[in-house]
Design a binder for this molecule. Sequence first.
Ligand code: HEC
Length: 253
Amino acid sequence: MSSCRDALLAWALLGAAAAAAGGEPYPGIGRSATASELAAWDRDVRPDFKGLPAGRGSVAEGQVLWEARCAACHGVFGESNEWTQPLSGGTDAEDIRRGRAARLADPAYPQRSSLMKLATLSTLWDAIARSMPWDAPGTLSADETYAVTAYLLHLEGIVDAAFVLDRASAAAVQQRLPNRHGMQFEHALWPGGLPGSTRRPDTRGDTCRRGCPPPQRVVGFPPGHARDAHGELAEQNRLVGAQRGAPTSGAAR
Ligand code: HEC
């Protein structure tokens, strides 16, 4: 108890000292980010392509990169459905014309691909630039990001094999995305809503308090010998809040 109080006191004194020095806006807590630190994070690309850096990349260059740095996880044609979801597949020329991927509404179609769902090209570019390849995110140059994006677009039949993606050609690609009209605004999370919108959420929280149905009985558990496959879960969860890990080391259920 007293060590906690001492720490708080020290924190308050430090804060007071910093405030007296007239420096940081949140005295005692870190420091302001430098301009170059901000620039390293401030690289989002928006639907109107604000933030898209200069550069260019062709489908052919993208194919070489794809096969070297992406295909292992996503499949040679972006079709992998083993441990990543398929990135490409599932659209046709009619979807490109309409701007809505018809198979999204077909329950018989086995799996939705990323390019079936994509409504804004900036999202694809931004996701690749930030997070791929998964084993070395942030290592692609702008030209390389343009190139692999162009290759993915080609796999989906959106651009031809001679296509070069850059800032100038991006807007025309946006107008060919198979699901470009697929974004929904008619929900309560979108600020403003559309004219006439009731803006009610599409789910309703309804916590049962009286006359509730009997709780579900869980019947499927991993077998006893596999319970500690990820170590002792009880030690891996945070100590505050509702989430607790079950004790798993050794003990059979
Ligand atoms: C080591 C495996 C691995 C490699 C290599 C890899 N990815 Fe991924 N990728 C993943 C995983 C796993 C996900 C899903 C989880 C995530 O988004 O972080 C993913 C997600 C994506 C997505 C987003 C899909 C969606 O619908 O949200 C895109 C686009 C993508 N990868 C493109 C690429 C490109 C381009 C490359 C090569 C430059 C690449 N990936 C290399 C594993 C990989």
